[in-house]
Design a protein around this ligand. Structure first.
Ligand SMILES: Cc1cc2nc3c(=O)[nH]c(=O)nc-3n(C[C@H](O)[C@H](O)[C@H](O)COP(=O)(O)OP(=O)(O)OC[C@H]3O[C@@H](n4cnc5c(N)ncnc54)[C@H](O)[C@@H]3O)c2cc1C
Length: 420
C-alpha cells in the first residue's frame, strides 16, 4: 500500500527545504525528497541579498551557519572592462551574506531535520504518475506514495513542471545564457560583490567565508566567442577580465568548476490542480543580480498565508483555483526582480549603453542604491525622488568623461557584521 503525506516536495534545495520547514511547522505531514545525496553543492554566485538574509533568519537557518562560514558584504560594485567605468552603492537594508553553497545547504538540512513532521529522503527521485480529485500518485525512490499536494522544487530542469503541463518554451535568444563558478583561496579584497561586464560575458566575485572568494562567470553562447571546457572554461573566461585576473594572480582554485545552463526557464503558471511550483522550477530569468535564493525563500514563506489554511481544512486535492493566493504572492515576489534584472541584462548585451549607464550611476550612487532596493521589491523601480531622478537623467545624457569610479565604502559602511 502507498504511504500518504499531506504534501510531497520534489527537491531539497533552498526552495524545497524552506517550503518543507514552513508547512511542517503547521503540523502538516511533509516529505521532501531529493534525487541527490544531501547536502548538495551546485553552481551559484553565493551572494545572499539583504532580503534573503532576513528570510534565512525567519526560517531559522542562520542558527546553523558557523560564524566563519559567512562573510557579510555591504553592497554591489559594477565595472566595465572596456571603458573602466565603475559604480558602487551599499545596500540601504544592511549587509548581504557571502557563503559557500555547500555550507548553506548543510545549514538548511540541519534546520529541516529539527522539524518533527518533516521527513527528508535523499537519493530518492520523485516521479509523478497520476492525479485525480482525491490524490496525486507518485513514486519516490521507486516506492509508491500518495499526497494531496505535489510541490515542484526540483530546480531549473523541473520534471514536475513538465509533467503538470506548466512548461513554456524559452525564447531562443534567452536560452543561450550559461553560468560557471569556482572558488579561489585568497582573502577577499573587497566587502562588496563585484560585477564586471565584458563583451558577451560577465564575472562576479563574492567574498565568502574561510579565506575564499567565489568567482562566477555568466555568458551568452552566441556572443562569448570561443570558450574552453572544464578547468579551461574558467581560464578562457578570466582572460576577458584582465583586472580580475590580476586580483586572482597566484590564488589557487580550491575546487573544480561547476557549470549549468541554459539559465532562462519559463513556467505558464506556478500552480495547477494538485501541483505548485517554487524556486527555479517556477521559472528563472538570470543569475546576474544574485536573487535566486532570496526569491525561493520568499516564495516559501508566502506559503504560510497562501495555502496552509486550505491544506488544514480538508482531505481533497486543492485545485489550481484553490492555490490562486500562492500564484498571486509568487507574481508579487518575482515581478520587481524580473523588471530590474531585464534592465541589467540589457546593459550586458549593449556594452556602450553599459558604459553610459554605469558612468551616470557612478555620479549618482543614491540612484544605484535605490535600484538595488527595487530589485528586492523594497522600492519603486520607476521613481527615485525628484532631485536624484533629474540628476541621473542629466548624467545619462551628458557625454561620458573618461574612466569613472565610485569610492570604496567608508570605514563606517564597511563595519557590517552578521548581527547588523
Ligand atoms: C551561475 C549561477 C550563479 C548564481 N548566483 C546566485 C547568487 O549569487 N545568489 C543567489 O541568491 N542565487 C544565485 N543563483 C541562483 C540560485 O542558485 C537558485 O535560484 C537556487 O538554487 C534555487 O533553489 P531551488 O531550490 O529552486 O533549486 P536547486 O537549488 O537547483 O535545487 C533543486 C533540487 O532538486 C533536486 N531534484 C531535481 N529533480 C528531482 C527529482 N525528480 N526528484 C527529486 N529531486 C530532484 C536536485 O537534486 C536539487 O537538489 C545562481 C545560479 C547560477 C546558475
Amino acid at each position: 500500500m502507498a504511504e500518504a503525506f499531506d504534501v510531497v516536495i520534489a527537491g531539497a534545495g533552498p526552495a524545497g527545504l524552506s517550503a518543507g520547514i514552513v508547512l511542517a511547522e503547521h503540523d502538516l505531514r511533509v516529505l521532501v525528497a531529493d534525487a541527490r545525496r544531501l547536502p548538495a553543492d551546485k553552481p551559484c554566485g553565493e551572494g545572499i541579498m539583504p532580503n534573503g538574509v532576513l528570510h534565512l533568519r525567519e526560517l531559522g537557518i542562520d542558527r546553523h551557519l558557523p560564524a566563519d562560514a559567512v562573510r557579510p558584504f555591504s553592497g554591489i560594485r559594477y565595472r566595465t572592462v572596456a571603458g573602466g567605468r565603475e559604480a558602487a552603492a551599499s545596500f540601504a537594508e544592511g549587509p548581504g551574506w557571502g557563503m559557500r553553497r555547500i555550507d548553506l545547504a548543510a545549514a538548511f538540512l540541519a534546520r529541516a531535520r529539527e522539524v518533527p513532521s518533516l521527513e527528508i529522503r535523499e537519493r530518492a527521485s520523485v516521479r509523478p504518475l497520476a492525479r485525480s480529485s482525491t490524490a496525486v500518485e507518485l513514486e519516490v525512490g521507486g516506492k509508491p506514495i500518495t499526497t494531496r499536494l505535489l510541490i515542484g522544487a526540483d530546480g531549473l530542469a523541473s520534471r514536475v513542471r513538465r509533467w503538470a503541463g506548466l512548461e513554456r518554451r524559452t525564447p531562443r535568444r534567452a536560452a543561450k545564457r550559461w553560468g560557471v563558478r569556482r572558488h579561489f583561496a585568497i582573502s577577499p579584497w573587497s566587502d562588496e560583490v563585484e560585477v564586471h561586464f565584458a563583451r558577451g560575458a560577465e564575472a562576479y566575485v563574492t567574498p565568502c567565508g574561510g579565506g575564499r572568494v567565489n568567482v562566477a562567470f555568466l555568458w551568452d553562447r552566441d556572443r562569448a566567442g570561443r570558450i574552453g571546457k572544464g578547468a579551461a572554461l574558467v581560464e578562457s573566461m578570466l582572460m576577458r577580465f584582465p583586472l580580475l585576473a590580476r586580483q586572482l594572480d597566484g590564488a589557487e582554485p580550491t575546487d573544480e568548476p561547476r557549470a549549468t545552463g541554459p539559465l532562462r526557464r519559463v513556467a505558464r503558471a506556478p500552480v495547477s490542480d494538485g501541483v505548485l511550483l517554487i524556486g527555479d522550477a517556477a521559472g528563472y530569468l538570470d543569475a546576474i543580480t544574485g536573487e535566486g535564493i532570496s526569491l525561493a525563500t520568499g516564495q516559501a514563506l508566502a506559503l504560510e498565508r497562501a495555502i496552509v489554511h486550505r491544506l488544514r481544512r480538508g482531505w481533497e486535492v486543492p485545485s489550481a483555483r484553490d492555490l490562486h493566493r500562492y500564484a498571486e504572492a509568487h507574481r508579487a515576489i518575482v515581478q520587481p526582480y524580473y523588471r530590474l534584472t531585464k534592465m541589467v541584462l540589457r546593459l550586458a548585451r549593449h556594452p556602450r549603453l553599459a558604459e553610459r549607464v554605469i558612468g551616470a550611476l557612478a555620479r549618482e550612487p543614491d540612484v544605484l542604491q535605490h535600484l538595488l532596493s527595487a530589485n528586492m521589491g523594497l522600492a519603486s523601480p520607476y521613481w527615485f525622488g525628484l532631485g536624484p531622478t533629474a540628476r541621473f537623467l542629466r548624467s545619462l545624457l551628458r557625454p561620458a568623461p573618461g574612466r569613472t569610479s565610485t569610492p570604496r565604502p567608508s570605514q563606517a559602511t564597511r563595519a557590517v557584521s552578521m548581527s547588523s
